[in-house]
Design a protein around this ligand. Structure first.
Ligand SMILES: [Zn+2]
Length: 402
């Protein structure tokens, strides 16, 4: 994968608008046919129905296929997420996708065809010819995402099982038998707290303005814009964290990922208004979905595991605490044991044990490796010199903070 910023030109705008038009036509025709005739059309029907003479035929097809791709992901997602909704929104602009059939590579330039009647898009390309190029809008300018043939599985898959505990303070904690990885959720949480504060502040400002006034409209627009930005940031962090965790597990040879099923918590629990807000914004559905499809992309199996008492049971002696664990430290209440460890690590450990049918049985866990924190550090990109490939990720080997 290669990302190249390509600025903003009239040609790019027109192409993106044309793709938006095709995508929107697809959305409208598809749902209209469902509504009026009760027929769910296939991609091939709509690709024949909606075409464009301003785009390469395969680029036009890609717009239709994009709609069906999101339809498919909605179908998969609604099984576990009741809030999932199908793609219905029209788009004024949409990403432009070029398949290899529309590409020519000549003298360090990549020539992307837009059909016979229209000028091709030409990009400076001192690199290899990619398999596909997708051009999308980043908010400031267009960006070309080039994908290359995916390398064959670099790591042989093992029989390893990893348990994942989704939490509110730590977005996810995994344990794969030897190592524990923690996705630190504090940064995400601070974003969400700020989001709530901002929402309240802007809403109260809007309330002081007269209904229908220009000032009010302006404020409403500003509120939407600011909140949208935060939402994007939160999503970005979630994506980066989950990608990092799954690729770490993949590298460790994990074959099966077992995720603790926390779906019941959000629905039945009433813990006071402040904590309720926290719980409702806890996006474990999102995180679980991301972890699931990213793991599947590596060919891993994903299972959901009922997780009753997984945070209360001592991994070492199998004793179950009567009371909830207070604070971030698990302390075994069995007087002869007294084992202590990171609370969320215990959850992940026990979820794994449950899946393997070894839950609640004494184990030798004295030499458990210290947990690895996966923390999001967004500003590390900026400080580095140009050309140096830096990930926004800092993985820290650290002793558990107890
Ligand atoms: Zn114990």
């Amino acid at each position: 994968m290669r990302r190249v910023k390509i600025g903003k030109t009239v040609q790019l705008d027109e192409l993106a608008r044309e793709c938006g038009r095709l995508y929107s036509q697809t959305v409208v025709s598809f749902w209209r046919t469902v509504r009026k005739k009760g027929i769910w059309l296939k991609p091939s029907h709509l690709m024949r129905w909606h075409t464009s003479d301003k785009l390469h035929a395969h680029t036009a097809d890609a717009c239709v296929q994009a709609f069906f791709a999101s339809l498919k992901s909605w179908r998969a997602r609604r099984k576990t997420d009741p809030d999932a909704h199908p793609p219905r929104r029209r788009r004024s602009y949409f990403r432009i996708e070029y398949k290899s059939t529309a590409m020519r590579h000549k003298d360090g330039k990549l020539i992307l065809s837009n059909g016979k009647a229209h000028a091709p898009l030409v990009l400076e390309w001192p690199w290899e010819t990619p398999k596909t190029v997708v051009i999308h809008w980043t908010g400031e300018q267009y960006e070309a995402l080039a994908t290359y043939q995916v390398q064959a599985q670099a790591h042989p898959l093992g029989e390893k099982v990893a348990g994942i505990d989704l939490g509110e303070i730590h977005a996810a904690v995994s344990h794969d038998g030897t190592e524990t990885h923690i996705l630190n959720g504090r940064f995400l949480r601070s974003k969400r707290q700020y989001q709530n504060k901002l929402k309240a502040k802007l809403s109260s400002m809007i309330d002081t303005k007269k209904r229908g006034s220009r000032r009010r409209k302006k404020l409403v627009r500003s509120k939407q814009k600011q909140l949208k930005k935060l939402k994007t940031q939160v999503k970005d962090i979630e994506h980066k964290q989950t990608t990092q965790l799954i690729s770490t597990l993949h590298q460790a040879g994990v074959q099966t990922v077992v995720i603790g099923d926390v779906r019941a918590i959000r629905h039945d629990l009433d813990v006071g208004s402040k904590n309720n807000q926290k719980l409702h914004q806890w996006s474990h559905g999102n995180i679980r979905h991301m972890l699931t499809y990213k793991a599947q992309r590596y060919g891993m199996d994903v299972a959901l595991q009922e997780e009753a008492y997984s945070s209360r049971t001592c991994p070492k002696c199998g004793h179950r605490r009567k009371s909830k664990v207070q604070g971030r430290v698990f302390r075994c209440t069995n007087k002869r044991c007294g084992w202590t460890w990171h609370r969320d690590g215990v959850g992940a450990y026990n979820i794994r044990q449950k899946y393997r049918g070894e839950f609640g049985i004494p184990h030798v866990v004295a030499d458990m490796a210290p947990a690895t924190g996966i923390r999001f550090a967004p500003h590390t990109r900026v400080a580095r010199s140009q050309g140096e490939k830096v990930s926004a990720w800092v993985t820290v080997q650290k002793p558990l903070r107890l």
